[in-house]
Design a protein around this ligand. Structure first.
Ligand code: NAP
Ligand code: ZN
Ligand code: ZN
Length: 347
């Protein structure tokens, strides 16, 4: 067993504090990864604070992980010592169900083994995430991070990147389509960059007026500040596709109104409270409302290679581990440009 330092929430109400625990030696198909950087996703905050229910404590969050492979098991084929590897939201799945066989492990009908706040397949061993110095993971659930992506910026791709890339690709967003991104935080800013790279005409809908310049720099054509009264006036039926990344309760009907006939709105944000819609918002205009969660291993690798090719990287603010709690607070205030990333040397 390998002693590992990290940060953990001890309860829903307490701040994250230093926490030492054990990682296992890699088995024949596993690699040991020395974490270099770990992103702070809003889902970490929802779970640390038990906003979705069922949280397990102590909890070491973190599912945007990039590190260097330091040991490989005897049968490992895909990684060598020294490789840069990434780990996202899950570290195993049943490997047998239709979804697993189709490379959509995130929808595993057996059980997905989440990177933290879960147990391993034995139903007992707790999983601990990337707010830590190292982790042991099956080589089939680790990603190869292309060398051309700056390593200190790569971590957020493992959740924010794939969560936005996946629905944009799955629903076939293409050149010249009008794509609206609602909320420009960690996920939203990646959605803007990726959708723009696909040739879409991107509009950002944001409560933070001071994000306008950044939105245009990331490739958006248009920025709509949503705080004012009548902010959305005149924009009815203007968008082919809307990607909603908002982390708190908001008015879905107002956004569905922006969708064209036969268009689609996809929700990826997971507010603590249920969202409501009026049936009329969908039936008038034959609109579709969908959801999407992260992406499978194959598509995550595709996204990493795509971002390397298109020179797309997240905007990050690197922090030491002792600032995690302050970073949570700033993220809640939408005061992050655009992802906090923890330097793992500071655990
Ligand atoms: P984030 O960085 O905090 O960004 C969320 C953005 O939503 C904020 O920057 C803000 O953008 C906007 N927002 C926040 N509160 C709002 C409010 N009350 N009304 C309107 N807009 C508000 O969070 P994130 O890491 O991108 O995650 C976003 C959500 O996606 C979270 O709920 C997270 O749990 C979820 N998530 C889902 C998946 C998935 O697979 N489906 C994966 C990762 C995360 P503006 O300043 O531009 O308004
Ligand atoms: Zn996430
Ligand atoms: Zn499965």
């Amino acid at each position: 067993m390998i002693k590992t330092r990290g940060y953990a929430a001890r309860s829903a109400k307490s701040p994250l504090v230093p926490f030492t625990f054990m990682r296992r030696e890699p088995g024949p198909h596993e690699v040991l990864i020395e974490v270099l950087y770990s992103g702070i996703c809003h889902s970490d905050i929802h779970q640390a604070r038990n906003e979705w229910g069922g949280s397990l404590y102590p909890m070491v969050p973190g599912h945007e992980i990039v590190g260097r492979v330091s040991r490989v098991g005897s049968r490992v084929k895909r990684f060598n010592v020294g490789d840069i590897a990434g780990v996202g939201c899950f570290t195993d799945s049943c490997r047998r169900c239709v979804s697993c066989r189709e490379g959509e492990e995130q929808y595993c009908e057996g059980s997905v083994q989440w990177t933290y706040n879960a147990t391993e397949k034995d139903g007992k061993t707790r999983t601990y995430g990337g707010y830590s110095q190292r982790l042991t993971v099956d080589e089939n659930y680790a990603l190869r991070v292309p060398r051309s992506i700056p390593v200190e910026r790569a971590a957020p791709l493992l959740c924010a990147g794939i969560t936005t890339y996946s629905p944009l690709r799955h629903f076939g967003v293409k050149r010249a389509q009008k794509v609206g991104v609602v909320g420009m935080g960690g996920l939203g800013h990646m959605a803007v960059k990726i959708a723009a790279s696909l040739g879409a005409e991107v509009t950002v809908f944001s409560t933070s007026e001071d994000k306008k310049r950044d939105a245009l720099r990331f490739g958006a054509k248009r920025f709509v500040a949503t705080r004012g009264r009548d902010a959305l006036a005149g924009l009815a039926r203007s968008q082919d596709f809307l990607l909603d990344t908002v982390s708190a309760k908001h008015d879905l009907d107002a956004y569905l109104e922006l969708v064209k006939r036969d268009g689609r709105m996809v929700i990826v944000g997971v507010p603590e409270k249920p969202l409501e819609i009026r049936a009329f918002s969908l039936i008038i205009g034959r609109k579709s409302l969908s959801g999407s969660v992260i992406g499978g291993i194959r598509q995550t690798q595709e996204m990493l290679d795509y971002c390397a090719r298109h020179r797309i990287a997240p905007e990050v603010e690197i922090i030491p581990a002792r600032k995690i709690n302050a970073a949570f607070e700033r993220t809640l205030k939408a005061d992050v440009r655009y992802r906090f990333v923890i330097d793992a040397k500071t655990f």
